[in-house]
Design a protein around this ligand. Structure first.
Ligand code: SAH
Length: 378
């Protein structure tokens, strides 16, 4: 439906119906020909999914009955299944979605006053291997298709009341967005369209580990996407320990690409910095970070580490956090500490997937019963 979409998985797919958002538009138009006005039909289906919140073909009431039946026999309106739906007391929702090839991905709805932000994934797992991050602990399995990226937005939006819409997107879920840039851009194009979810590029943030060539490409698109770069350390020696891909790229190239992004787009870049107790949270490191960013129109987002089961990193103390923030502020750098949302539902990305996958393995090995998953379901 959306330009260049293709189905990446082949194992076990023969028996399953094709998710309609993964069908190339030209193919769908051909398939629709016998039903008359294929373009109009295609548009109707899109409208039902993107605007009408339909989750079945049956609900698409302005399509002829026979077409709805044929569609239902051949395609899935949405290819993902909600495997888990967790809700935190602050109205943060986390969905664990099961893909047609049985892999699991996470997406989160974060609500704050009038802001309703979708946090979405771009890959199953992640290949970047940042040492503190749950998503990359077992490497990357595959890229998500654009349909799968878009579906996360639809699934989260469908949780909202009829008069509410998603206002922002942060591409900060599982995976490295710039390693799957084409599929991401296709999905964001639809999300941004007036006939789609109508979420403007200025309200969309793409967070990257820092892939300079891809940052430059993003800068040249002429779009207003907001860029966040995960820095996590003020020098190459420390960064290479925390972010293994830094070995190949290095801070100078990343900062040069970020500067280029700012020049081309006029959009100030955010630098994310996960604070790990006794690793990168000292005052001297804050001073070094301030020097590194001096003279740049930069904004720093400090993220106190969210616990990950099996990892021994810790959050900084409140005192250290205040001290780190003050050093940056005194150096004239704009800085914010990221609010913690939905922590009681494992909102830090990649954790729920790991937990469920582990429990499934235990259940399968132990009793051959995959349904014994003791998570709070909503
Ligand atoms: N691959 C992208 C998106 C990652 S998720 C990137 O590297 O930017 C968005 C942010 O959350 C990143 O800065 C990432 O480093 C951070 N993050 C990952 N795991 C975390 C954890 N356990 N606690 C706090 N921040 C974490």
């Amino acid at each position: 439906m959306a330009g260049t979409l293709s189905v990446l998985y082949n194992d076990g797919m023969e028996a399953k119906k094709l998710p309609i958002l993964n069908v190339p538009r030209a193919e769908l138009l051909t398939w629709l020909e016998p039903f008359g006005s294929p373009r109009m039909r295609c548009r109707q289906i899109e409208r039902w999914l993107l605007i009408g919140r339909a989750e079945t073909f049956e609900q698409m009431s302005d399509l002829p009955r026979r077409l709805r039946e044929e569609l239902a026999a051949r395609f899935e309106p949405l290819g993902t299944r909600i495997d888990r739906h967790l809700t935190a007391s602050d109205q943060t929702h986390k969905l664990l979605l099961r893909l047609p090839d049985d892999h699991l991905i996470e997406c989160v709805l974060i609500q704050d006053a009038d802001r309703r932000t979708a946090c979405i994934s771009t890959q199953v797992g992640c290949g970047m291997g940042c040492v503190f991050c749950a998503s990359g602990l077992n490497g990357v399995v595959r890229n998500l298709t654009s349909g799968e990226i878009l579906e996360q937005l639809l699934r989260l939006r469908n949780l909202l009341a009829p008069d509410q819409r998603l206002t922002h997107i942060v591409v900060m879920g599982m995976g490295e967005p710039l390693a799957n840039l084409d599929n991401l851009l296709t999905a964001l194009e639809i999300a941004g369209s007036k006939d789609g979810l109508d979420i403007g590029a200025r309200h969309i943030t793409i967070s990257t580990v820092g892939l300079p060539a891809k940052i430059r490409r993003l800068a040249e698109l002429g779009k207003q996407y907001h860029l966040a770069v995960s820095l996590h350390a003020p020098n190459d020696a420390l960064r290479s320990q925390i972010v293994p891909t830094n070995d190949k790229t290095g801070l100078p190239d990343i900062l040069a690409a970020a500067d280029y992004f700012f020049e081309r787009t006029g959009r100030q870049v955010t630098f994310e910095y996960v604070l790990l107790h006794d690793v990168n949270d000292r005052a001297a490191q804050a001073r070094e970070l301030a020097r590194l960013l001096q003279g740049r129109q930069a904004h720093v987002n400090l993220i106190p580490f969210n616990d990950v089961e099996g990892l021994s990193y810790r959050r900084p103390s409140q005192e250290t956090l205040v001290q780190f923030t003050d050093v940056l502020r005194r150096a004239g750098i704009s800085v914010k500490v990221r609010k913690r949302k939905g922590s009681e539902i494992d909102a830090a990305c990649g954790q729920l997937r790991r937990k469920v996958e582990r429990e499934q393995t235990v259940a399968t090995v132990g009793a051959g019963d995959e349904n014994r998953l003791g998570l709070p379901l909503v």
